[in-house]
Design a protein. Sequence first.
Length: 315
Amino acid sequence: MNIVVLDAATLAGVDLSPLHEFGTVTTYEYTSPCEIDSRIQQANIIVSNKVQLNSTHFAIAPELKLICVAATGTNNIDLVAAKDAGIAVTNVAGYSTPSVVQHTFTLLGNLMSNIHRYAADTKQGTWQKSKMFCRLDHSINDIANKRFVIVGYGNLGQATAKVAEAFGAKVIIAERPNSKATRNGRMAFEDAMKIADIVSIHCPLTPQTEDLFNVETLSLLPKHAILINTARGGIVNEQALADALANKQIAAAGVDVLSVEPADADNPLIKYQGDNLMLTPHTAWASQESITRLILGIAENITSYLNGGQHNRVV
């Protein structure tokens, strides 16, 4: 098989040897839209994390049989066109759960204990000048006994809930917004927002969740609330969040994802200078262990396809 990896840089240098078992592997660190056609013409299998592929590309790749998305989301592939062209598409789910959960609590722990501020102060010499053995310039708060609201209760939401409970938090599962009924074990979305000490977002980006956290939703949160988003940028209205942080409408936010990536210099959260925001460049998923699991998952998908199976088949 002729396997082409279009954006290997997104795999952080993790060993790709599991893919070499299936044939010749050609890797490109990055692939721009104008480079796609020349690179896939002879491909039997394409591995792509974020490179967008559509019917135009499928038409010039007659030997293409399988697209392995190196991610869970498949919005970069025209799935209808792939089906029409007889091309199978697979993804890999669950590989990054430990990494995302760890990142969620890393952001939260930093914000609740103001570690980022204390570390910066220490580098500037404040501890050395202290009149007592420690510094207490910034508030420090426990996760224990806080009302920890989870939005999106799939694998990631459930794993986050377990860790929150281990910290001693009171986990609340928010019902879908605008739902006519509240399922057993959940709380109506607006009611959950009104009492939240911490909100952690783990739902997918859909037409129903786009801009879910807007001016109106953020206004429901208590002023001491902390918002964490390691899901998708479009779920949170970035201007509304920047304004809420600047106006102390909420206490803090930890954000790993933006609506446009790589980040635009004019993004309100990029421009925001307050120390109640921690912003990371979409790295929650990307532990070395996660990417290793991802590569092994892709190899399993290829094996299944070649054996006539349907493992992780999206198309």
